[in-house]
Design a protein around this ligand. Sequence first.
Ligand code: AVI
Length: 317
Amino acid sequence: MVENRHAGSFRPDVLEGLKSIPKRLSSKYFYDKTGDRIFQEIMAMPEYYLTQCELDIFKNKTADLASLIIPENEAFDLIELGAGDAMKSTFLLRYLVEKKTDFTYMPIDISGNILSILNEKLTRELPDLKTVTLEGEYFEMLQKAASLSDRKKVILFLGSNIGNMNIEEAENFLYDLNRNLASGDKLLIGFDLKKNPHIILNAYNDKNGITAAFNLNLLSRINRELGANFDPQQFQHYQTYDPVSGACRSFLVSLKDQTVTIGEDRISFEENELIDMEISQKFSTEKIEELREKSDFKRVGEIKDSKNWFVDTVWEV
Ligand code: AVI
């Protein structure tokens, strides 16, 4: 199941990206079974502060968070985009269940496997929680959720996943999200904030090479699933952070002139040629406000972690 994520578009997207100038691959393809495992390792690294910061908010500021999102005297659906193991949101779910709040949790994920593991965990840990899992792409599943109930919706989009889109993609995504919701629905979205550039660069340039392995795994995945012959050892991870724009970018550098075959196609690399792999955008408060205005949401409130490194913002349609 996990291996089939985005199955239909994988080959054409890879070929289009590698035939472009400059070459690029989409980080949405990082998450096969091995990529999921490496990402878990990244989240446990001391350098990767993002998870701990957002966990701090969900664990220690749960009541504040809940008061920003709960509609007054009304049952609602709490829909999480890319729920995964719902590690952070489980703190909020537990709080809401204990307060006997009338809501249904609807985790959306592209992986049915992850959803069934999550469902088992929630049944065990929170037997009173009402859960409806939705397996598929975000917007299709949001439409499905809308067809299942006409209750108010609260959307969770955590982890600064929005940062993996460039600014234009993020604007379009948030605008489309707004159009898929109804008046009074809310969005709780996590943004990683600009901070000391060394801290940010370290989070993506760890000494143990875990982030490098995360990037290189995509070449191995292309080998496995698309019959290619990349030699990952002939590519090197290179990370940049531009504190002015807030763009944190990863690249793979070809270590020599080489030609790779992907099925029938041949892709040539010059020595030192780059593949643009991922953007992890960091945000200023002004940029977040600009995104909110452009996507037509109203501001409700925000909660930062104790270091002021990460913010969970609540907006309303
Ligand atoms: C999932 N996403 C928010 C992570 C990030 O921070 O951009 C993915 C990641 N890439 C390298 N490290 C973590």
